[in-house]
Every structure is written in structure tokens, then in C-alpha cells.
Design a protein around this ligand. Structure first.
Ligand code: FAD
Length: 468
């Protein structure tokens, strides 16, 4: 068998290659999903595009699978080396080459941490909106590979809307530049859009040209507390109907509130069954009126408390409570699966009703929070039994499958932002026909005919009965 670690060490230098037997390799065999790690033969820590291309050339030559990896914060097993081989990490490619206020673009390497980029552009009065909750440690390349979203997506859209151009290295070592730097451009097919969201299965992103916006001068944040999810849903519909376009509309259910209550500086009323967190941005003069209108709509729909943050400290306290929901759920339970289905906004309340029903019928506790403006709901399945027990596993899989099936039945989708990776791959048929899957296999085969780049992800295996 080929010693790929040795071959890569000769090319990159041994300081850039971690081989089996070195315990540092453990860090490259898992992500933030609850899946068990998958062993690999080596991790290549690439620092330049040339090194990325060399790894892809040598692995192609020796028919060794390669799994691209950014910061490893994914929740779907996307950067896990399911077929072994080499993990290609771009975590040390952290240079911001350029921030251009004139062209309103940033050009950077894929390993730049999202928040680092945001801070750097904000220092120049500019704004990079995509804000996954993991922004303190996830990478911009991983964001593009997964087409990441976040709370601000409601007003500003997801990562794809900000990727103007890419440099990508393909399996075999060819390096391509796709897309553009200018604000508009319709020349040829949109390959950039295709690479974004391809979850590291088409090519390895080695440079990104990103669209920037002017930094909004001011923000205001409001929390409304309701006795029922139905009231919260009605208030969201009403405020959007009134023509208000907040940058964020977040929702959380009773189970989420109860978990976060002990660590929240805002004291939630005991009867709180749902909260809506709304944030608007723009000229300072216009914000007061917008907050007033939002408050009116929530009040009309039976809010039991409305809290408008008056200063940055109060805003931070509200966001802290929202961001602490996921860690609070994780710490309180032995096992947590965080799904991210998305439904049309008009079906949010119905989806939450169905989640309650699934929870009651399967005996799996669930908590839901998420980006209600987009209909993107993080349904968390919580378990205190041993997840290794086959009966427990079966119960969780059944509950998960029913959540996915109901989201699709309500004209929604399996994933609003986390991607498919490994964990949702086998549910793809709930949403997409065999023909649609087959066209996607052809698309993948165009970039990677030997199926060596991040194999086993996104698209399920062809069924025996489905001919070419
Ligand atoms: C607490 C927490 C909160 C989160 N909140 C959000 C959220 O609000 N919104 C959201 O969208 N996601 C969220 N995520 C999920 C995750 O952070 C995002 O998917 C993020 O975009 C992954 O970036 P990464 O650099 O960690 O990528 P990784 O986990 O390393 O990889 C993710 C995928 O991208 C591929 N990849 C990585 N880098 C490259 C590259 N340079 N070229 C090609 N392919 C590459 C990998 O092969 C893999 O398929 C959250 C995760 C956690 C743990």
C-alpha cells in the first residue's frame, strides 16, 4: 500500500504533514457533529495554493481520497475522512490580501476566521453580513463551501450572495479562477455559484473575492415574550406584513427558554412559551420608529413582555441569551442532535406543532430555536440515554426522519444552512427525485471523475435499479 504521508512529507516538508501514530491527527478526524471520528492516514497542513495543488496532484496520482477541511466546526460530518486517505487542511491560509473600499471587495485566503474578516472590514467602514453563530472560529472557506447562513440572512442573504469570485484547486492539481471582482457580470455559466455550497466535493477553495456593503450606522434590538408559539408566529407575520425589514428575526420555544433561563441576564417571565428577538439596522434616526412599530405589532398579538435594548450592554445581554441556547442544551444532555430544517414562513407554527407531536409520539425530547425570518428552525433532539444503545439510536433516527419528512411535506427543505455532509445524505431522497440526484452525480463526476475528493458526502449512492 502507498505511504501517502511519506510522499506528501517529501513534497511539503515533514512539518506540514501529520501522519498516523501522531496523536495530533485525532484533531482532523472529526467535526462538531455528534458522529464518531473516522481515521485517516495523514493530514496535510497547506499554507499556499501551490501546496494545495500539489496534494491534490499526488493524491490523484496514487488514487488516495482527500477530504478538505477548514476550521472543523461543521455539524454534518462534512470534513470527516469517511474513506480514510488525506485530510487537506487550509487552516493556516489566513492572509487577508486586500480590502478595497473603492471596489467594496475583500480578497482573502480560505482559512481566515469569519469574525477576523468582519472586524477587519468594519475598521474600514465596510460590512460583511454573513454571521454563522460559529463565526468566532469557523473559516470563510468553510462558509463558502457550505453556503453558510446566520441570523442576519433574513435581510442580507447567505454566503453565496457575497462570493464574487474564487480560486479553486481541482483533484489532479489544476488551479482555476472563476467569477469576477466587479459588482455585476453574466459572462458564461455561473461556476462560482456552483462551487459555493458544494461542500468540498468539487474543488478546494484557495482564495475568495467577497462583496462588501457599507457598514450600517446603527442597530436596535427588541425581545418580545409570548404565551404561545402561535402568538409569536402571528406577530412575525404581522411585522413583516407592515413592511418592516429587520436584519434579524429569531424565535425560540419554551424548552429552549427553560434551558437558557438560569444563565440569562434578562429574566424571562415564568409563563414564557416563546420569544422573538428582532434587530433592525440603518440610520439612527429611523430606528426608534421601527422599534415602536415592532413593539406595537407584538403587543397586539399578546406579548407578555417587550424589552427594547437601550444601549450596547443591554443588546449584548439579549444576544448572549440567544447564543447560549445551544450550549445550554448541549451541557444539559448527554447527546444533542441539532438539525436545521427550513420551511416557508407561513408553515413555521405548523412545523412546531408537528415537532411537539413527534416528540410526544417518539419519546425524544426536543427544543427548537432558529432564524424565524427565513423559516430556518434548529430542531434539537435531546437524549439522556446511552446513544450507543441500538434501541436508543433507532428511536433518535426515527424521530429525526420524521422531522425531515414533515419539513419536506410542508414544502420545506432538509437543511437551511448547515449542509448535507454525511449525516443527512441518506435523507436526500425525501426531498429530491432520483433523476435530480442523478444529474448531481454527473455534475460531481465532471470535476472529480474518480470520486476521490470528499467522497461519500452530499449525494446518496446510486440505487441498483437506477441506470445511467
Ligand atoms: C456552535 C455552532 C454554531 C453554528 N452556527 C451556524 C450558523 O449559524 N450558520 C451556519 O451556516 N452554520 C453554523 N454552524 C456550522 C458551521 O460552523 C458552518 O457550516 C461553517 O461554515 C463551517 O466552516 P468550517 O471552516 O468550520 O468548515 P469545516 O467544518 O472544516 O468544513 C465544512 C465543509 O466545508 C468543506 N471545506 C472547508 N474548507 C474548504 C475549502 N477551503 N475548500 C473546499 N471545501 C472546504 C469541508 O470539506 C466540509 O465539507 C455552526 C456550528 C457550530 C459548532
Amino acid at each position: 500500500m502507498v505511504d501517502i504521508g511519506h510522499i506528501l512529507s517529501r513534497e511539503l516538508g515533514s512539518e506540514r504533514v501529520i501522519v498516523r501514530g501522531d496523536e495530533r491527527l485525532d484533531d482532523y478526524e472529526h467535526d462538531e457533529s455528534p458522529m464518531a471520528p473516522h481515521p485517516c492516514d495523514a493530514a496535510a497542513l497547506c499554507g499556499t495554493t501551490e501546496q494545495v495543488a500539489a496534494v491534490l496532484r499526488l493524491c490523484h496520482e496514487h488514487k488516495v481520497p482527500v477530504t478538505p477541511r477548514g476550521a472543523g466546526s461543521g455539524l454534518t460530518g462534512g470534513c470527516m475522512p469517511v474513506r480514510g486517505g488525506v485530510v487537506l487542511s487550509v487552516e493556516t491560509m489566513q492572509r487577508i490580501h486586500e480590502i478595497s473600499p473603492d471596489d467594496m471587495v475583500a480578497v482573502c485566503e480560505p482559512g481566515v476566521v469569519t469574525q477576523t474578516l468582519q472586524n477587519a472590514v468594519e475598521e474600514q467602514g465596510l460590512f460583511y453580513p454573513p454571521d454563522p453563530a460559529s463565526l468566532e472560529y469557523c473559516s470563510i472557506g468553510g462558509n463558502a463551501a457550505n453556503n453558510a447562513g446566520g441570523p442576519r440572512a433574513f435581510k442580507y442573504g447567505v454566503t453565496r450572495e457575497y462570493v464574487l469570485g474564487l480560486e479553486v484547486a481541482l483533484m489532479g492539481g489544476e488551479v482555476l479562477r472563476v467569477g469576477r471582482r466587479c459588482a455585476k457580470g453574466v459572462t458564461g455559466y455561473d461556476l462560482t455559484a456552483g462551487f459555493v455550497g458544494s461542500e468540498g466535493t468539487f474543488g478546494v477553495i484557495t482564495e475568495l473575492t467577497l462583496r462588501l456593503l457599507p457598514k450600517p450606522p446603527a442597530q436596535a434590538t427588541l425581545l418580545a415574550v409570548f404565551r404561545s408559539i402561535a402568538d409569536a408566529g402571528a406577530s412575525i407575520t404581522a411585522l413583516i406584513g407592515r413592511g418592516i425589514r429587520p436584519r434579524v428575526i429569531e424565535l425560540a420555544d419554551k424548552a429552549s427558554i427553560d434551558h437558557v433561563r438560569p444563565r440569562s441576564r434578562y429574566k424571562f417571565p415564568e409563563t414564557a412559551h416563546a420569544i422573538v428577538l428582532v434587530e433592525v439596522d440603518g440610520d439612527a434616526d429611523s430606528l426608534g420608529l421601527q422599534v415602536e412599530h415592532i413593539g406595537e405589532e407584538c403587543d397586539r398579538r399578546g406579548a407578555i413582555d417587550i424589552f427594547a435594548a437601550n444601549d450596547p450592554a443591554e443588546r449584548r445581554a439579549l444576544w448572549e441569551a440567544r447564543r447560549q441556547i445551544s450550549p445550554a442544551l448541549k451541557e444539559a444532555h448527554r447527546y444533542k442532535i441539532g438539525e436545521d430544517v427550513c420551511v416557508p414562513r407561513s408553515n413555521i407554527v405548523e412545523m412546531l406543532r408537528r415537532v411537539d407531536r413527534i416528540s410526544a409520539e417518539t419519546g425524544v425530547a426536543m427544543a427548537v430555536f432558529g432564524h424565524a425570518g427565513d423559516g430556518n428552525l434548529h430542531v434539537n433532539l435531546l437524549c439522556d440515554d446511552d446513544p450507543a444503545d441500538p434501541a436508543v439510536q433507532h428511536k433518535l433516527e426515527n424521530a429525526c426522519g420524521r422531522v425531515f419528512a414533515d419539513a419536506v411535506a410542508l414544502r420545506g427543505t432538509l437543511s437551511g444552512e448547515h449542509g448535507i455532509g454525511l449525516v443527512k445524505r441518506d435523507y436526500m431522497r425525501l426531498e429530491q427525485s432520483e433523476r435530480v440526484l442523478e444529474w448531481q452525480r454527473k455534475w460531481k463526476a465532471m470535476w472529480d471523475p474518480d470520486d476521490l475528493l470528499n467522497p461519500g458526502k452530499v449525494i446518496p449512492e446510486r440505487r441498483a435499479s437506477c441506470s445511467e
